[in-house]
Design a protein. Sequence first.
Length: 411
Amino acid sequence: MDLLNTLVDKGLRRELPTREEALAVLATSDDELLDVVAAAGKVRRQWFGRRVKLNYLVNLKSGLCPEDCSYCSQRLGSKAEILKYTWLKPDEASQAAAAGVAGGAKRVCLVASGRGPTDRDVDRVGKTIAAIKEQNEGVEVCACLGLLSDGQAERLKDAGADAYNHNLNTSEATYGQITKTHTYADRVDTVQKAHAAGLSACSGLIAGMGESDEDLVDVVYALRELDSDSVPVNFLIPFEGTPLAQEWNLTPQRALRILSMVRFVCPDVEVRIAGGREVHLRTLQPLALHVANSIFLGDYLTSEGQAGQADLDMIADAGFEVEGAGTTTLPAHRSEVAAATGGCGSQGSGASVCGSSATADEAGCGSACGGCSGHAGHEAPVPVQAEAGDVRSDLVAVRRRGAGTDLAPNA
Ligand code: SF4
């Protein structure tokens, strides 16, 4: 296929595909699926070899959020029967993190529900980061605490955080239909604050919320503009008791096409298969390793993942290897900039280079989709007809072990 040859060439050169090319990936047929994965795999191997980075989630504070993100089981008014608890103590969080590190995780992601942290919360998380780093030499810590106020990113950086996660989730045009209590611009602002403070920016999306192909392409182009070092690709877990409980729009094939599109648009960044991997990729998970170079080990924030050992077996069986703590995840052209700036590092040398996105403080970055979406007059998204269609709530298991419980975590 000419399209795939072009996308591989561009990916190897870190050149931005056109929107039409990105949309064409999403429109490929199931007959073409293996060719799409193979092409994305060439780009993945160029920048990340056969390494898989493992990340481990610790939910520091679960449920009871005042925000109303429709996809979230922890949202205001959620009827999902998830674990609800307030802040874990630093030693409890450290114990949970140690299980993930022992299972092979290189990064620990500390997440707390809520609109954003108070300064006291930032202090508390700082102590947790110190406890984790003291007990796990070389571990990377990413904080995910919601919207940041001025100065908080710098304080997290000073406390030892390596990265900050805040997802854009969906396109600017549709964001208001997913969440009413904060805006897309709020989210962009927090990613920029993290970036400016020298934290590695981690920002991704959620697919399967009824968005169009154009929305998916918009948010991925916006993430490239924001120059995220890591892009988690979540596939909606339609929790019973949330407004999106009926949105079973994804098939394993579509999930692979979405991951491939992300890889072509962001060829040299960490593309992470995040929540919903088991639920939506199901038995095709190993194929996704040819496209993404990073996954979460074990359970998610409020839902169960497959057993950590099953993750490790899958990686080995598919011919990949777990990335060791001594290995730098990002390719040299990104990691060297990160080392020089103390931050995420990314800028290539030209406007067409991945992560080039001008600089964070230029007008283009942050206005995000403004330059690339071509989405004027965007109307309410028409939910994509479910390709599979069937509600598979049997595939969703609420997490009942690990952080916030007395039971051992699943790492
Ligand atoms: S995504 Fe975060 S801010 Fe939104 S409802 Fe869930 S916990 Fe709250």
